[in-house]
Design a binder for this molecule. Structure first.
Ligand code: NAD
Length: 375
């Protein structure tokens, strides 16, 4: 079977869905691996390293021969038109709100898997692209904030006087938020955090962060069975806003990471709150591509509001592409390994990982959440 690792076409996508390590393992598993020329260049993986791992270097046209295509982003219509019917495509498919595009991929006869729908269960931990990428995004958010901040992060007592520790507030303490807390702590900042899931309270405390939240009855029930946050009521959001308003005014750096699967990101920081911050303060909105947690944040831009800067970089994991690609490639390999037997690929549609992630198969959409019936 032939496996193709594509060069990403989406503007600004610097990651790649394979690494020398994963190529070596795929070849050892009996697959023929073709990597599109230059696919890893933005992740510091030269073609020669893929070749050394056992791949051949090809062109986009080789995708037409592929039984499996590995990508970071969902293929666009042109790419998908170049794949053969029956090919398996594994990527971050971004299916919410894109039922039509998913249906198009289905009608081309592709079997598509959305890696971001992988269940958060122990067996699938090593396939969890949301976690691997969010972890790096949380780290990078602090690095970006520290680079933009005109002061030092740690407290420094010097002969010339004392520099105070930066105050960092992390909103949303999931995978990205917890890594942001840990990173800011390592840099010596004074860190606080908030979340709506009760389980996060202990996790924030264990990293040395101060926990700040409205802990009412709604808070106690805010976590879904899948471990995600629910969309909170207007009343809760108002109480939350009142609580954090005072706190934000005293912060130097605010990093927001709050998401709700399949919904727009909750608005957590208002223009009034930003106006209350001192000039030189920094906000980093990691949710900017999903509607944003911060009022006035613009995807792909740094916005200045009277000296307070709102950083809204797109694709933050892509800002640390060499690390992000290694982990992403490993996530895909581990998932694919569940299907490879003796150089052949067999999909078990009864497997809960397949059920959760398979969007299209046999000419149609099969995922119930995106317009499909049962497989
Ligand atoms: P996410 O990216 O969906 O959201 C980020 C955080 O924002 C979450 O902690 C969420 O509770 C929070 N949030 C949502 N609305 C908010 C609001 N109004 N105010 C403040 N915070 C708000 O979350 P995630 O990082 O993907 O993590 C989701 C859950 O999955 C967590 O419980 C995490 O521990 C769990 N998880 C489990 C596994 C596993 O067992 N394999 C792996 C990864 C994550």
């Amino acid at each position: 079977k032939l496996l193709f690792i594509a060069k990403e076409k989406a503007p600004g996508e610097s990651r790649v869905a394979g690494s020398p390590d994963t190529v070596k393992k795929l070849v050892a598993a009996g697959l023929e691996v073709v990597v599109e020329a230059d696919a890893g260049s933005q992740s510091r993986i030269p073609d020669a390293e893929f070749e050394k791992a056992g791949a051949t270097i090809g062109t986009a046209a080789d995708a037409a021969r592929a039984d499996v295509v590995l990508k970071v982003r969902r293929p666009d219509a042109e790419e998908a038109a170049g794949y053969k019917s029956g090919a398996i495509v594994i990527a971050i498919m971004d299916p919410y709100g894109h039922n039509d595009l998913i249906a198009d991929l289905g009608s081309k006869g592709l079997t598509t898997f959305a890696m971001e729908l992988m269940p958060r269960i122990t067996r699938a931990q090593s396939m969890d692209v949301l976690s691997s990428q969010a972890n790096l995004a949380g780290y990078q958010a602090v690095i970006d904030a520290a680079a933009a901040f005109d002061r030092a992060m740690p407290m420094m007592m010097t002969a010339a006087g004392t520099v105070p520790a930066a105050k960092v507030f992390v909103m949303g303490a999931g995978v990205a938020g917890l890594q942001a807390i840990a990173t800011a702590k390592r840099l010596g900042a004074a860190v606080s955090a908030t979340d709506v899931r009760p389980a996060s309270k202990e996790q924030v405390a264990s990293l040395g962060g101060k926990f700040i939240a409205v802990e009412d009855e709604e808070f106690k029930a805010a976590e879904t069975a899948g471990g995600y946050a629910k969309e909170m009521s207007k009343e809760y959001q108002a109480k939350q806003a009142a609580l954090v308003a005072d706190h934000i005014a005293k912060q130097d750096i605010v990093i927001t990471t709050a998401l709700i699967p399949g919904r727009p990101a909750p608005r957590l920081v208002t223009a009034d709150m930003i106006a209350s911050m001192r000039p030189g303060s920094i906000l980093v909105d990691l949710a900017v591509e999903r509607g944003g947690n911060v009022e006035g944040a613009v995807a792909g831009e740094v916005v200045d509001k009277n000296g307070v800067r709102i950083i809204g970089y797109n694709n933050v994991p892509g800002r640390i592409a060499a690390s992000a690609s290694l982990l992403y490639a490993k996530n895909l390999l581990t998932f694919l390994q569940t299907m490879i037997k003796d150089g052949d690929i067999a999909i078990n549609f009864d497997d809960e990982l397949v059920k959760a992630t398979a969007l299209t198969h046999g000419g149609k959409v099969i995922h119930p959440n995106f317009g499909g019936g049962t497989p």
